[in-house]
Structures are given as structure tokens and as C-alpha cells.
Write a protein of this length. Structure first.
Length: 276
């Protein structure tokens, strides 16, 4: 069933678990995620990142993902991940995404708040949830212009009071796109944030967070974890293994039928880790 982010966040906040937000890049990995979610009777978020929106038009993406979400036996949210362009975010809302993230984290806080406020005003009319980011979560690769800045508590409070987003992504030592290494979470800053911010919090860069830290964060106010790298790694590893096992294999459906269960297993592991 198709839901918005708020439909998933409130039960998670009330019951001490978190919902995984998986970046997907096609029907096969989206199907793998939904299959894993259905097996656990868990809610899940299918996210589309900036790279995917540059590769495929928004309405084409919705045409691919929305029927899958609507036919699922569990709640599925369709989320537009980091996007820095307000017109594109508004277009995504109109196209059928049930959750959007306007990322003004590289702007002064007043401009960030103003942008989120504009998105919220339009999103509310269509029942779409909005995510903001305060502070800035850096990238290990591919986004060298993105700064690294811990979330300022006063700025997060200002964002909540003035723009009223449904969730706030925070920077507490987490890093996007880490491969085979882990960060140290600043729990002092996190604890201060969760005491001050009375909406669900979001952690990006989950693949680079230690398992014990993920579980600790999930028992707090973090109700959404963005996950991309570990799923993409599993997809790539499975693809190489499948093709390597049979050099004459060329049929796409045969290849994908071997890969989907592997990606689904990775998604299942992350869903379980977050407490569902």
C-alpha cells in the first residue's frame, strides 16, 4: 500500500524501531526491497536520489515504482532523496512522490528554512511528507562540494518552528557512501538534538555506521535510516558472480532472477537490524 513518510514515522517513534529508506535504481532492486519488507511484514521507503532523477524523468520513475508500492501488502513510501532545486521538488510532489527531501543544507540557515517552508506549503495540500536537513552530511566520494558540518541545535529548532518539516536529517558524524569503513557517531551532539527536536530524526550514510550504533540510534528518535551503498555493493557483487559463473549467459531476466534474491537478503538484514 502506498503511504507517506508520516504514516511510517509515528508508529516507529512510538514503538522504538526505525524504517529503512533504500535508494533504488530500477525495478529489480525496488522489487527486491519490497519482497524483503513483505516477508517481514515491515514498512519500507523506496528512495530515488539525484543521480537517478538525472538518468530517468520523474514521471517515468513514478510510473515504474508507484504500481509496485500500491500492490504491496505492506506500507511503502516513495521518497525523493536529496534534491537542491525547489521547482524539481515541487514537480516530484505533483508527479506522485509521497515524500520529498528539499536539501538546503549548503545554504545559510535562513535560506534553508525559507526553501523548506515553500516546499511544505505545497506538499501539505497533497498529503506529501517533507524532510529537511540541518547541518551537512559529507560524502566519501562523488560530492566533493558538500561540506561537513555538525547539526547546530538552535538551527534545528529554528527549522522546526519556522518551516515545520515532518522529519529532520541530522549530521552527527555520519558520512554518505562509505565503503568498508565506519565512522564514530557523536552521541553527545545526538543526545542533545533528540532532547530538543520533537520530530523524528533521520540518519543518512547508514552503510558507514557501526551496527551497535545503528541499533542505539534506532532506539532513540531516529526513525528513518537512508541506505544505499551496501545494497549497491550487493547488487554489483551478485552481478559479477552470476556472469562469472557462466560466461555465455546473456539473458537479462535470467541474470536478474539470480540477483534479486541476493539484494533482497541484504535488504532483509537491514530491516531486521532497525528493529522491525
Amino acid at each position: 500500500m502506498l503511504v507517506n513518510l508520516t504514516d511510517l514515522m509515528q508508529p516507529a517513534l512510538n514503538n522504538g524501531y526505525a524504517v529503512p529508506c533504500f535508494n533504488v535504481f530500477g525495478y529489480e532492486d525496488a522489487l527486491a526491497v519490497v519482497t524483503a519488507a513483505e516477508a517481514r511484514n515491515a514498512g519500507v521507503i523506496l528512495a530515488v536520489n539525484l543521480d537517478m532523477t538525472l538518468f530517468m524523468p520523474l514521471d517515468h520513475i513514478i510510473g515504474m515504482l508507484k504500481p509496485l508500492a500500491m500492490s504491496a501488502s505492506v506500507p511503502v513510501c516513495l521518497h525523493l532523496d536529496h534534491n537542491y532545486d525547489i521547482p524539481t521538488v515541487l514537480k516530484a510532489i505533483d508527479a506522485g512522490f509521497t515524500s520529498v527531501m528539499y536539501d538546503g543544507s549548503q545554504l545559510p540557515i535562513a535560506q534553508n528554512i525559507a526553501g523548506v517552508k515553500q516546499v511544505v506549503a505545497h506538499a501539505r495540500t497533497l498529503g506529501v511528507s517533507v524532510e529537511a536537513e540541518v547541518g551537512s552530511v559529507p560524502y566519501a566520494s562523488g560530492r566533493d562540494h558538500i561540506k561537513s558540518e555538525l547539526t547546530d541545535i538552535n538551527e534545528a529548532i529554528m527549522m522546526l518552528e519556522q518551516a515545520n518539516p515532518d522529519v529532520i536529517a541530522v549530521s552527527v558524524g555520519n558520512v554518505h557512501r562509505l565503503e568498508n569503513t565506519f565512522v564514530d557517531i557523536d552521541f553527545t551532539r545526538f543526545n542533545e538534538l533528540q532532547a530538543a527536536i520533537k520530530v523524528p530524526l533521520v540518519i543518512h550514510g547508514t552503510s558507514g555506521v557501526k551496527t551497535t550504533d545503528i541499533q542505539k540510534l534506532a532506539k532513540g528518535n531516529v526513525c528513518k535510516f537512508n541506505i544505499g551503498t551496501c545494497l549497491r555493493q550487493r547488487f554489483g557483487q551478485s552481478l559479477r558472480a552470476t556472469l562469472g559463473a557462466d560466461p555465455n549467459l546473456f539473458d537479462r531476466l535470467t541474470i536478474m532472477k539470480a540477483i534479486i534474491p541476493e539484494v533482497s537478503h541484504e535488504a532483509d538484514k537491514m530491516i531486521g537490524l532497525l528493529g522491525q
